[in-house]
Design a protein around this ligand. Structure first.
Ligand code: C2E
Ligand code: CA
Ligand code: CA
Ligand code: CA
Length: 280
């Protein structure tokens, strides 16, 4: 009943079906959207709830099409991943988010970190990827320790020597690496000891299943304990309800992200959010 993301995709496919848009057309529109800069980066705050502070943001893409309206990344990212389009999209998100956060950080005593979602495609040429990351951070004067890579377990399934090497290089630069949607993948857990992972992001499906009486909290609890044993940070995503927050705090998991704090916001709304946060 809580498959929000799932429903959304159905609704969107329905929207695409009604507009009589077929996959090749959608791909063509996406290509145009990239050329015409119709993609936009939104920012969702990552909170340290114990301290009452924002410690970072996650960059999330939005595509507004003239006819289709807002197309969910759950629809267009998979299309971009199957084509070569994910590369220019990734570069766009990297450059936009890094330059934006670097600007915000000028006025902050403690800088924000920015998390960017990476696709498997980026890891096809890991050395090139590392070089580009270094370049983009340097060009935007963003400290590497303010940059975070969000990857899913599936990328690590194919942990070739080259990928492992690149992750180590990134880590040595001060960049942190988070496992997104943690707990939904199929990989063994052994990689957690072998790879330079910094943080586990508890998938939002697990958080949303937690009920008022803390029913269904076993999996988040297990992930929190696993993270603690391995000395990893743990952040919960998809926190919508006060009692989900309370549960997490009671287990000493104070890093959270979710609609309870804020939806992903565009640049100007996020600036407004930061201003209000400052006043509060
Ligand atoms: P994700 O990386 O797991 O991102 C979290 C998703 O959960 C985002 O959906 C976010 O808006 C949503 N979310 C955050 N808090 C809540 C909450 O409290 N409740 C609910 N129901 N949802 C919440 P979004 O923005 O639609 O993105 C969906 C997915 O698309 C992302 O999942 C990510 O896998 C992919 N994506 C988005 N932007 C990019 C990008 O720049 N590059 C790549 N490769 N993938 C991206
Ligand atoms: Ca993510
Ligand atoms: Ca996630
Ligand atoms: Ca996801």
């Amino acid at each position: 009943a809580k498959k929000m993301g799932g429903n959304k995709v159905v609704v969107f496919s329905e929207q695409l079906r009604k507009a009589n848009i077929k996959r090749p057309q959608l791909e063509a529109r996406l290509r145009k959207a990239i050329e015409n800069e119709l993609l936009e980066v939104y920012y969702q705050p990552k909170m340290n709830v114990k301290e009452g502070t924002i410690f970072g943001v996650e960059a999330l893409l939005r595509w507004t099409d003239d006819e289709l309206g807002v197309v969910s990344p759950e629809i267009f990212i998979p299309i971009a991943e199957e084509t070569e389009l994910i590369q220019p999209i990734w570069e766009f998100v990297m450059k936009t988010a890094c330059s934006q956060v670097s600007i915000w950080n000028r006025n902050r005593p403690i800088p924000l970190s920015v998390g960017v979602n990476f696709s498997a495609r980026q890891f096809q040429e890991p050395r090139k990827m590392v070089t580009m990351i270094e370049e983009i951070l340097a060009n935007n004067e963003l400290r590497p320790d303010c940059f975070e890579i969000e990857i899913t377990e599936s990328i690590l399934l194919n942990n070739s020597r080259e990928i492992v090497q690149s992750l180590r290089t990134l880590k040595s630069l001060g960049i942190s690496i988070s496992i997104d949607d943690f707990g939904t993948g199929y990989s063994s857990l052994s990689y957690l000891k072998d790879l330079p992972i910094d943080c586990l992001k508890i998938d939002k499906s697990f958080i949303q299943n937690i009920e008022e009486d803390y029913e269904n909290s076993e999996i988040p609890e297990a992930i929190i304990n696993l993270g603690r044993s391995l000395k990893l940070k743990v952040i919960a995503e998809g926190v919508e309800k006060e009692y989900q927050k309370e549960f997490l705090l009671s287990r000493d998991c104070c890093l959270m992200q979710g609609y309870l704090f804020s939806r992903p916001l565009n640049k100007s709304d996020f600036e407004e959010y930061l201003r209000k946060q400052k006043e509060a």
